[in-house]
Design a protein around this ligand. Sequence first.
Ligand SMILES: *Cc1c(COP(=O)(O)O)cnc(C)c1O
Length: 465
Amino acid sequence: MPVIIEPFRIKTVEPLNFTTRAERETALKTAGYNVFSLRARHVTIDLLTDSGTGAMSAAQWGAIMQGDESYAGSKSFERFDSVVRDLTGFKHIIPTHQGRAAERILFHSALQLGDVVVNNIHFDTTRANVEVEGAEARDLVIPEGRLTAFVHPFKGNMHLEALEAVLKGEEGPRVAMVMVTVTNNSGGGQPVSLENLRAVRALCDRYGKPFFLDACRFAENAWFIKQREPGHHARSPKEIAQEMFSLADGCIMSAKKDGLANIGGFLAMNDDALAQKCRNLLILTEGFPTYGGLAGYDLEAIAQGLVEVVDENYLRYRIRSIEYLAERFLSLGIPIVQPPGGHAVYIDAAALLPHIDPLQYPGIAVVNAFYLEGGIRTCEIGTVMFGLHPDGTETPAGMELVRLAIPRRLYTQSHIDYVVEIAATVKEISWALKGYRIAEAPAVLRHFTARFEPLRGRTAAAQVQ
Ligand SMILES: *Cc1c(COP(=O)(O)O)cnc(C)c1O
């Protein structure tokens, strides 16, 4: 394959932070062995998330200087509105300060106690915003979407038979809306095919349900369709994205992902009455409907970002850069979720550290090894994140993953080669890594603030050695 180079050159630079091993040991200990509590200045390569962490273009920074900060009806809103309308085709475009504000406003306006929302897999804030309304968030991704090593081109697809069973069963009347998350973040950034979206549309028509996209990574999804779905190779990513949106009745969007902005989001829909309800709530908590909690300059940055994100050269590079990291990991024998998704590579920590019990958090052991060996910050998506239940019991999560999320346009290939080098070291010392215990943790969303203690003593692997 020819080398695919970064389709940009660098106009403004920001120094990386370097630390010594001793400094990292102190920083990690002070953080309670939880990388969420590290100071960013102690991190060299930050792969904690791809949300709001990307680099903006010269054109975006230029647009920021054009921001119109009029309270109502600003020129910047006009530009934002026309770009989002051209892309999505929806009738009502409502800016919000980020994706979860769009979720809260939509669900508070559309859901009632006892309703059910069906999705391929709800993202964690999406689930929380459904549940806070007293509704149930149900995940119906295809079974292949939960098998880490199983290769399938569209692992984010909705399980259509399961969806139809719910819609036509006795719970059918309680289903308030069907959503599809593109790409499926919680399932490894896996794409959804156009064929699957069309079939979801047909089921929603048959059973009279509204269909919303959680569209945070719509452009990455469109690129996968162009590459993998027969009949779409010659189409532009924008055309494919427009067709994706045309199949839905509305969407929620975090502009911190495929908006290529550092903050922002929107809610869009065709239903006039629902849009009116949403705007009323927006005014209460976010702001006037032509700024929705954002500055005029943020609307400019997002509008320009949405134009740049569907550029073929950008998307080819973006998806290839994730694939490149995944290939290097596989050649080192590091087990990962396959195929890699659109925004991150996920290490299977349970397979890498079979000697650590799930309740001793193999994901945390991998995360902390990446930090200690190379100052790289990653994120556990396993038992610490999902293992604690509302009744206080703890069980192993379905998968013990460590996510290396790649911020958009931020790091170059040599940064990624450095990550690969550190990964090789982590693999080499993996047999000697130890588990952790939780020293203190809050009852909900414990992964953000828990404090850990490294377990000493002999692990099973150490005994084998
Ligand atoms: C990030 C994200 C959200 C929430 O957006 P924020 O901007 O972080 O509030 C919702 N859904 C998905 C799929 C996401 O990735």
